[in-house]
Design a protein around this ligand. Structure first.
Ligand SMILES: [Zn+2]
Ligand SMILES: [Zn+2]
Length: 579
């Protein structure tokens, strides 16, 4: 199992923990697997690589026992202990456990007391009223279960996690709708979306309101545009399924708990665990209701910043809350200043109707100016991409003239650029013409699936050509659709640093390429990052906001991002580097 993802390793450990619990092992004995799984999920480096080099101890929360099982998984493709436990359990039980409202405990209960081991059997039993006399059940829960199973079947058919952009647009619409309801004192989304994870599972929406107003707010949520199914409605929480399959949960909390709830439901889990550990040392208790002293008196809760301050920390941006050193940084008053959308002065990658864009040069320039950019680079595709009518030398010269005119007319600085293809051997398309252009993005669009060594050499050769300013969408991945190309990013990063070439964080919702881990690697290697929309229409110029979230997760400040500089500074950077 070479090249195994961290997530796959984490999942194997979660499965192992579940199997143990279902098999009757005491929960405290399996806790180590769960906390190790969480640590691995949030870990920036490659866990499989660490295992190969006997450095698993570098992952916080991975002890000897867990390390042994990870190595076994990597060497044999499975954990024998898990296989043995699984063999003892009825098939179907694990599916059952993952139903909303069921979980491990209830799965165990219906299995042992009703001999139910599959979702189908459970649904049948609920319809026939054979569950209601179980402890903690009843008629109402039976009904809920039937609805939950129907929703589960539907969701099982849809992908689990959605791209950040889809989640953000859906959440913003819900927040806008709820915010104007009388009685809503505050409304925001929390969860991994607020932390700007590149993919998001469920949406967590929070509202502050009095308990008398809660039912009306829940009703409005349950009937909001885009809601296709109601999963459950209670006094404090309502769950729905949105068009497209995402689940959204609304929680209504009292005003005096707003800050604590926002903090708690924003997570991440690991961040919150670290916070609670710190609080305990100060004899304080943190929950979604507030911060309490050892007498049970509430000392914070209404305001999120005050929750942090109560335990001796300062408020920190949600993108940092992954327990990757932000708590320690906060204690030392050394939190980074993160880049913001308003810091971005220019956008250095976009297309027009000359190739595969939908908007004209004129419209792109006007829209970028209206969006607050003070310069943009026009970077249509190069000749080799014939299927999008890639630019020839002649057409590039024509376009450059038009760019000069448009610049005058629209009053925004325009760079006559190109997105030039990095050919299969690492040479550049239109190599002899690139010197005439004012900004060159070098990108791989064809033959993305080369062997790792070959791809690394190809990209390094392009970087060392002296002809490109920025490496475009470096790995070629598309979320949920295309895996990143295999290459040695440490070698690529070193080449970029040496040649003084920037790396792109392409902000197009399905790309977000480089990802947060590679963006962090770039920061550490001193490689400037360019946040680009890669817009193919005026509407897509707004994509920059998604990439800003990823950049912030990588602890990037304005100084790490090249297009926070003015057009003059950017030109100076280019001249200095090219000599
Ligand atoms: Zn491209
Ligand atoms: Zn492009």
């Amino acid at each position: 199992m070479r090249g195994v993802e961290n997530l796959a390793i984490a999942q194997a450990l979660v499965d192992l923990a579940d199997l143990h619990e279902l098999g009757g092992t005491l929960p405290f004995k399996v806790r180590a697997f769960r906390s190790a799984a969480r640590a691995i999920e949030g870990f920036g480096g490659n866990v499989a690589e660490l295992a190969r080099t006997e450095r698993l101890a570098e992952v916080r929360g991975v002890g000897d026992g867990v390390a042994r099982r990870i190595k076994e998984l990597l060497e044999t493709g499975k954990i024998a202990e898990a296989e043995a436990l699984r063999a003892k359990l009825p098939p179907g039980l694990l599916d059952l456990m993952n139903l909303p409202g069921i979980g491990l405990k209830t799965a165990q209960q219906v299995w042992q007391e009703r001999n139910i081991t599959t979702v189908d059997e459970l649904e049948k039993a609920a319809h026939e009223g054979r569950l209601r006399d179980l402890p903690r059940f009843g008629e109402k829960r039976e009904e809920k279960l039937i609805a939950a199973i129907a929703a589960w079947r539907k969701r099982a058919a849809a992908p689990k996690r959605r791209p950040l952009a889809e989640a953000m647009v859906a959440a913003e619409a819900l927040v806008a709708k709820l915010s104007v309801i009388p009685g809503v004192l505050a409304c925001d989304y929390a969860g991994s979306l607020r932390r700007r994870s590149e993919t998001v599972g469920d949406l967590d929406i929070l509202v502050a309101a009095s308990s008398e107003d809660a039912p009306r707010i829940m009703d409005a949520f349950a009937t909001a545009p885009g809601v296709v199914e109601l999963l459950g409605k209670g006094d404090t929480k309502t769950s729905v399924v949105l068009d497209g399959g995402m689940q959204a949960d609304l929680r209504v909390v009292p005003r005096e708990s707003w800050g604590a709830a926002l903090q708690y439901f924003t997570g991440s889990k690991d961040h919150n665990v670290a916070m609670r550990t710190l609080a305990v040392k100060k004899k304080l208790k943190v929950s979604e209701y507030g911060v309490f002293d050892d007498q049970g008196a509430k000392i914070a809760g209404e305001d999120e910043a005050a929750v942090y301050e109560a335990i001796g920390l300062t408020w920190m941006p949600p993108e940092l809350r992954e327990n990757r050193g932000e708590i320690e940084a906060s204690q030392k008053a050394a939190l980074p200043v993160l880049v913001e959308l308003s810091d971005l002065k220019g956008d250095l990658h976009m297309h027009t109707t000359e190739t595969d864009g939908k908007s004209t040069l004129d419209d792109m320039a006007a829209a970028a100016k209206a969006a607050g950019r003070s310069y943009i680079a026009i970077t249509d595709h190069s000749e080799t991409l014939t299927f999008v009518r890639g630019m020839t030398r002649e057409r590039l010269r024509e376009q450059k003239k038009k760019i000069r005119e448009t610049e005058q007319r629209q009053g925004i600085r325009l760079f006559a650029g190109i997105e030039a293809d990095i050919l299969a051997d690492g040479t550049m398309d239109l190599a002899d013409h690139l010197g005439e252009l004012e900004w060159v993005v070098g990108s791989v669009h064809q033959k993305l699936q080369m062997p790792r060594d070959e791809m690394t050499k190809r990209v390094v050769r392009a970087i060392e050509s002296g002809k490109i300013d920025c490496l475009g969408h470096p790995t070629g991945r598309q979320l949920g659709q295309r895996e990143p190309s295999e290459m040695d990013m440490e070698v690529v990063m070193a080449a970029l640093a040496k040649a003084g070439v920037a790396i792109e964080l392409n902000c197009s919702p399905l790309r977000l390429d480089v990802n947060e881990h590679l963006a962090k690697m770039a920061r550490e290697a001193g490689v400037p990052v360019v946040l680009s929309s890669d817009a193919h229409s005026v509407r897509e110029l707004a994509y920059l906001r998604y990439g800003v979230g990823i950049a912030r997760r990588a602890w990037l400040g304005p100084e790490h991002v090249l297009n926070t500089r003015s057009a003059e500074q950017l030109q100076a950077w280019r001249t200095e580097r090219r000599g």
